[in-house]
Design a binder for this molecule. Structure first.
Ligand code: IPM
Ligand code: MG
Length: 356
């Protein structure tokens, strides 16, 4: 039996980094069937929509999706705004595929400790942001509105069910880690946050093996810089998670190295998910073999872990990434004096060599 993976390379550096990630998946020896589809600006140019129906169909039939990156200055002015790659492709992919649990690990890789803007002052960081991905202000109804051109409205809605299912996944992930959840909200101001806190508190009582505390978002943003090591799993709603996950990834100093998973419910016994690097499409360096493929490569390690429950191969890939960095190999984004500059492809090849 082989696993079906839909590959949505997208724009900018997306095709280059996903090519290396696919190469690494092939090198594991596991049997995969890869099928490519258009997404993002390139799909808009070729098919008139950033998420063509055939792409969505392919994703629905696959066991897992690998996404590169979407967007670029070429499409920033596309009208209506809902047809821009970020909004017109990413948001419907998330909602149509019911990818409600966004897992964004922020982990310092030892060889890059000094690359952190905090200069490693806080030591190794190892946390996961669990971001609710299909609700809240991103999807509230009415979705967005402009009255008389002078008043704008976005609506934030959460149901108990939406909080429960993301919290449930957070408990599962916490059990694979240090068993600590900090639930982040703005319960001193927002009603959606008060509901969020009630539901999480209720679930904490039924899951006493995991330690659950609550923190307000503004304090959480501050604590993340002050003492990131206090965090294991940060559980939060869509927009707070968007912001916190960028902050968390930056303080590790390895933005180009961080993977992510967007998970749904199990399908045919496997946890369906979309896997993608956290970084964007970096149009300025696209097509030059300068991009760092490690985030895409670590994303397929997450795919092996969560969807295919193949912890052995996931671990092998993670160790290979650490090993090539220990050897001093660096793409341009993390290059420093005394290390060896390699291209996107050379980095992928080095990982494959470590796997063999
Ligand atoms: C992210 C991005 C997206 C988001 C944008 C591009 C719609 O910032 O994946 O974090 O806000 O979710
Ligand atoms: Mg973001």
């Amino acid at each position: 039996m082989s696993y079906k993976v839909a590959v949505l390379a997208g724009d900018g550096i997306g095709p280059e980094v996903t090519a290396e990630a696919v190469k690494v998946l092939k090198a594991t020896g596991v049997s995969f069937e890869f099928e490519d589809a258009l997404v993002g600006g390139i799909a808009y140019d070729e098919k008139g929509h950033p998420l063509p129906p055939e792409t969505l169909d392919l994703c629905k039939k696959a066991d897992a999706v690998l996404l590169g990156a979407v967007g670029g200055p070429k499409w920033d002015k596309v009208q209506p705004a809902s047809m821009r790659p970020e909004v017109g492709a990413l948001l419907p992919l998330r909602s149509e595929l019911n990818l409600y649990a966004n897992v964004r690990p922020a982990k310092t890789l030892k060889p890059l400790l000094q690359a952190s803007p905090l200069k490693g002052a806080n030591g190794m960081i190892d946390l996961v942001v669990m971001r609710e991905l299909t609700g809240g202000i991103y999807f509230g109804q009415p979705r967005e509105r402009r009255d008389n051109g002078t008043t704008a409205v976005d609506t934030c809605i959460y149901s108990k069910h939406e909080v429960e299912r993301i919290a449930k996944q957070a408990f599962t992930i916490a059990r694979q880690r240090r068993r600590e959840i900090v639930s982040v909200d703005k319960a001193n101001v927002l009603e959606t946050s008060r509901l969020w806190r009630e539901v999480v508190t209720e679930m904490a009582e039924q899951n006493k093996d995991v330690k659950v505390t609550h923190m307000l978002i503004d304090n959480a943003a501050m604590q993340l810089v002050r003492n990131p090591q206090q965090f294991d799993v940060m559980l939060t709603e869509n927009m707070f998670g968007d912001i916190l996950s960028d902050e968390a990834s930056m303080i590790t100093g390895s933005l180009g190295l961080l993977p992510s998973a967007s998970l749904s419910d199990p399908k045919d016994g496997k946890l369906f998910g979309l896997y993608e690097p956290i970084h964007g499409s970096a149009p300025d360096i696209a097509g030059q073999q300068r991009a760092n493929p490690l985030a895409a490569i670590l994303s397929v390690a997450m795919m092996l872990q969560y969807t295919f429950e193949d912890l052995d191969n996931a671990g092998r890939i993670e160790r290979a990434v650490e090993a090539v960095l220990e050897d001093g190999l660096r793409t341009a984004d993390i290059f420093e004096k005394g290390t060896k500059l390699v291209s996107t492809r050379e980095m992928g090849d080095a990982i494959v060599t470590k796997l063999n």
